[in-house]
Design a protein around this ligand. Structure first.
Ligand SMILES: Nc1ncnc2c1ncn2[C@@H]1O[C@H](COP(=O)(O)OP(=O)(O)OP(=O)(O)O)[C@@H](O)[C@H]1O
Length: 354
């Protein structure tokens, strides 16, 4: 089931929660709506679901206009952050619920319901919990049961609002890998709200980066991470260093180094900022005309990486660097030493940065 959002506008009083938004979601994809708190992710999800009405604009499922359709007619399944299961019902009855309340004509037989629920519990790898009550499950297990319950009625679209938001970091990481594998098995069109960039990068086929009710960029995880459309996306998706740059006819000067910036071939002596990720900086023990001198302020070894905080000797700007621990050890540098750095890759945006 493909989804197409066209010119969606939503206000709450004077506040514009969604600002003339267009978005296409392909059938069978897992799409993450990613953005800071208040960017409009949940509002958009609720409008797709039919739980909220837009002030203007249309929603299409498979190119059919369903804007006026009630939530119950849209065939969507939900999983929310706190989607409380029915406490007094067993896991089995919770998953079966949506099927047992169907109108008599559409309701499967008891044997069919039994088979379906057992299959779903196997799918979420919790067959052994069928006779338990929700209180006897962990938070992560409860969310997997909530997902099985959402899938029981065979929705055409699955909507997940921060489904793992209330869980601790380790369980969260396990569940998102599990969700990815599950999606690879069932290929249901899914839209997933998160403010966690790592979660979006790891789980989604496509990421929609939202800010202030608008879409800043939409693309595959690689596209939004490696080719951010603007400074907002750059900063939101991972750590970044900013270097002042002078941009002139397709070339940017960062310190004494000159890098090609073909996207700014028209620029005439303009101020810009080069955005450089911590792992895109090389460290040297010798000076060179195109290297920037720094002092090593802090060295932290984390698993296979060395994380450095260095201060530029000219203006004391703090720069974060990450490199493989073995490379760093080979340099034989200590805290307080002087070193020289050079960005390996940068993306230059004109203006004052953000
Ligand atoms: N029913 C409502 N009445 C008034 N304002 C609302 C209502 N629902 C949402 N808003 C406002 O609209 C904005 C967008 O909210 P929304 O929940 O869509 O953001 P979000 O990106 O999902 O944020 P979060 O990650 O914090 O949930 C917020 O500023 C919120 O306060």
């Amino acid at each position: 089931m493909s989804i197409r959002i066209e010119g969606i506008q939503k206000r709450f009083g004077d506040f514009i929660a969604l600002d003339n938004l267009d978005l296409s979601i392909r059938s069978g994809e897992l799409t993450a709506l990613l953005g800071p708190s208040g960017s409009g992710k949940t509002t958009l999800l609720r409008i797709i679901a039919g739980l909220e009405q837009a002030d203007s604009g249309r929603v299409h499922f498979n190119e059919q206009d369903i804007t006026g359709q009630h939530v119950s007619e849209r065939g969507v399944g939900f999983v929310f952050q706190h989607y409380a299961l029915f406490k007094h019902m067993t896991v089995f009855d919770n998953v079966a619920y949506g099927l047992t309340v169907k109108p008599k004509k559409l309701r499967p037989t008891k044997a069919e319901i039994d088979k379906k629920v057992r299959e779903l519990l196997e799918l979420v790898q919790l067959g052994w919990t069928a006779e338990r009550y929700p209180a006897q499950l962990s938070g992560g297990q409860r969310q997997r049961i909530a997902l099985a319950r959402a899938l029981a009625v065979e929705p055409k679209v699955l909507l997940l609002d921060e489904p793992f938001g209330a869980l601790d970091a380790k369980v969260r990481a396990e569940l998102r890998r599990w969700l990815r594998r599950l999606h690879d098995e069932i290929h249901i069109t899914s839209v997933f709200v998160t403010h966690d960039q790592e979660e979006a990068l790891e789980v989604a086929d496509r990421i929609v980066v939202m800010n202030k009710g608008r879409i800043e960029q939409e693309g595959s995880p690689d596209e939004v991470y490696d080719k951010p459309a603007n400074p907002f996306v750059y900063e939101f998706l991972g750590n970044v260093n900013l270097f002042r740059a002078r941009v002139q006819q397709g070339k940017s000067r960062i310190g004494t180094e000159e890098v090609p910036s073909p996207e700014h071939s028209q620029a005439e002596e303009q101020q810009g900022f080069a955005y450089v990720r911590p792992h895109e900086i090389d460290v040297f023990t010798e000076a060179h005309s195109d290297r920037i001198a720094v002092t090593l302020d802090l060295i932290t070894l984390v698993g296979p990486s060395a994380r450095l905080e260095v201060l530029r000797t000219d203006d004391q700007q703090l720069i974060h660097i990450e490199l493989p621990k073995e490379h760093f050890k080979a340099l034989n540098l200590q805290q307080g030493d002087t070193a020289w750095i050079k960005p390996r890759y940068s993306q230059v945006f004109l203006g004052e940065g953000i």
